[in-house]
Write a protein that binds this ligand. Structure first.
Ligand SMILES: Nc1ncnc2c1ncn2[C@@H]1O[C@H](COP(=O)(O)OP(=O)(O)O)[C@@H](O)[C@H]1O
Ligand SMILES: [Mg+2]
Length: 285
């Protein structure tokens, strides 16, 4: 699964128009009835049915009969709209392979003016879009929580990158569209997949960056060996959608947890000893 450049290129202009209409109408409908789509787009019934059929085959759109008959955009359709906008704007020249897949995001390599990473935020994918039974429990019929949650998550992460780059070592933010952020591609790997030669120096470099972020008013809140990349020269802190401000009610606890995750990892893997309380001192001093 996942999206490819060929698939996007293969979309007919009517299909793109239908995706845009669904995106717009999903503010009012969770499932958009066929009649409404037909009325809005002004194409013949057979054309609309044919195009919707192709969109469903491609995995961009989904049809349901419960609670009533209607069509809805799914993540792949939303991804396609973001990609089309980004390439129209010139931010993106080519889409490469998937390089990461987490609980709430999918990351692809791409080419813009330079090498970029595209992060598609897919929040609530499992809870909102999986089994039919779960859908009955979605509150607020007529709205589309996953679409909104995903866009907010992307905006939040982009905001952190904007605030922190270049003072803190984070990927350069390049552009954002809908639920998708475009950022500098880091040619490295997350710490859990690296074998560091100077682990103590790198731990201190991470702490220094946590400190710089802290003094810029930002706490990561999901820091671990999975969210720090190393490219052979330096490290980068990635994955910021859940950041909080240093004025947050649980700021101290979240910062301590971040530092605890990192120091525990370095201790376990490299036998480098830095108690979280000491790291906390270094950061907040
Ligand atoms: N800027 C980037 N450059 C290169 N690879 C990246 C970049 N950002 C993320 N990745 C890769 O994608 C994976 C997932 O990204 P991440 O932001 O941690 O999202 P999540 O953990 O929510 O899926 C990372 O572990 C990393 O391998
Ligand atoms: Mg991550």
């Amino acid at each position: 699964m996942g999206i490819s450049a060929d698939q996007i290129r293969g979309l007919h202009k009517y299909e793109i128009r239908i995706l845009l209409i669904l995106e717009r109408l999903m503010r009012r409908y969770r499932w958009v009835p066929l009649d409404i789509i037909k009325k809005t787009i002004g194409l013949s019934e057979s054309e609309v049915s044919y195009r919707l059929g192709r969109l469903m085959e491609g995995g961009f759109v989904r049809f349901d009969t419960v609670p009533y008959e209607g069509y809805s955009l799914i993540f792949q359709g939303y991804d396609a709209l973001a990609l089309i906008s980004l390439s129209k704007k010139g931010t993106l020249q080519a889409l490469g392979c998937m390089i990461g897949e987490g609980k709430e995001a999918v990351v692809y390599e791409g080419l813009g003016l330079s090498s970029v990473a595209l992060k598609f935020h897919h929040v609530g994918q499992r809870s909102f879009q999986s089994a039919r039974v779960t859908r009955e429990y979605i509150p607020d019929e007529g709205h589309c929580p996953w679409l909104i949650a995903s866009r907010l998550s992307a905006e939040r992460e982009y905001e952190a990158l904007r605030k922190l780059h270049p003072d803190v070592s984070v990927p350069l933010p390049v552009d954002i569209n809908r639920h998708t952020i475009v950022m500098e591609f880091i040619p490295g790997a997350t710490l859990n997949r690296c074998s560091l030669e100077t682990p103590r120096d790198i731990l201190l470099e991470i702490i220094e960056n946590v400190k710089l972020a802290y003094h810029a008013g930002v706490i990561h809140s999901d820091l671990s060996e999975y969210n720090v990349m190393h490219d052979g020269y330096r490290c980068y802190l990635i994955d910021w959608p859940q950041w909080v401000g240093t004025d947050h009610l649980n700021a101290e606890e979240l910062l301590l947890r971040d530092l605890g995750n990192i120091s525990r990892y370095f201790n376990r893997r490299y036998r480098v000893d830095l108690p979280p309380a000491e790291a906390y001192e270094m950061v907040t001093r």
